[in-house]
Ligand binder design. Structure first.
Ligand SMILES: [Zn+2]
Length: 242
């Protein structure tokens, strides 16, 4: 998978942790592939129930590791509601505090919870260093994230003609230094990939396909978007030059 990514020109990747265990695995991967892979450490709202005093101190230890470039993914998900809202909110508060303690950016997940999500962020700070990952919202959501100082993570959702078409019109509104590209692999295989891969598993080698769709929507060249989104990711996550 890494050599396919390299062939496609994807040289550095952030591996997302969504539980304590998967954050530890992401760190192990990043440790095995320095300068190429980096990790996040956090607890996804689906798993908010696992956040306790004990697990938070373990998470902080992970978050302080040099391989870790952001705290998350953390946030709120009222779409699936795998954890009660109050539990999700507490887990989110604790991880925002943790990010401020360790001085790393936040990697944020939000679905169907925009009002509570932005209110909690503002409670802790007026502006954040971080990314609203897998942005799928509308113009008002985009404006509020930009106002919070966040970068915007765009995935292959934009390639989905059934539910991602509205994103194309919003692409020119994202300042170049604030637009990040993501696969959200293994999920969200771009629907318009040709030829259609046999495996449904999304992976970094498909990132240039997403980049081309975003570049077209912004009316800029693929090379220009690749350059600015790479620079934006390196600046936010403080990645070394490969
Ligand atoms: Zn997510």
């Amino acid at each position: 998978m890494l050599s396919r990514a390299q062939h496609a020109g994807v040289l550095q990747m952030v591996v997302t942790g969504s539980t304590l265990a998967s954050s530890a695995r992401a760190i192990a991967l990043a440790g095995a592939h320095p300068v190429t892979l980096f990790a996040t450490a956090g607890v996804h709202p689906h798993h908010a129930g696992e956040v306790s005093a004990t697990s938070l101190s373990e998470l902080e230890e992970l978050a302080r590791r040099p391989e870790v470039v952001a705290v998350g993914e953390c946030g709120l998900d009222y779409f699936r509601n795998f954890a009660p809202h109050a539990t999700q909110q507490q887990a989110f508060h604790r991880q925002l505090e943790l990010a401020q303690r360790v001085g790393k950016p936040v990697f944020l997940h939000q679905r169907d919870a925009h009002a509570d999500f932005t209110a909690i962020l503002r409670e802790h700070a007026p502006r954040w260093r971080g990314v609203a990952h897998c942005f799928t919202g509308g113009g008002a959501e985009l404006a509020s994230y930009l106002e919070l100082g966040l970068a915007i993570g765009i995935t292959g959702w934009i390639c989905d003609e059934r539910r991602g078409a509205h994103l194309a019109a919003l692409m020119p509104q994202i300042p170049a230094g604030r637009l990040l590209l993501e696969t959200d692999g293994p999920y969200l295989l771009p629907r318009d990939l040709k030829p259609r891969p046999v495996s449904r598993r999304n992976e970094p080698a498909y990132l240039p396909h997403i980049a081309a769709v975003v570049a077209r929507a912004r009316g800029e060249s693929l090379a220009s978007l690749a350059g600015t989104s790479t620079a934006a990711a390196r600046a936010l996550f403080q990645l070394p030059q490969p």
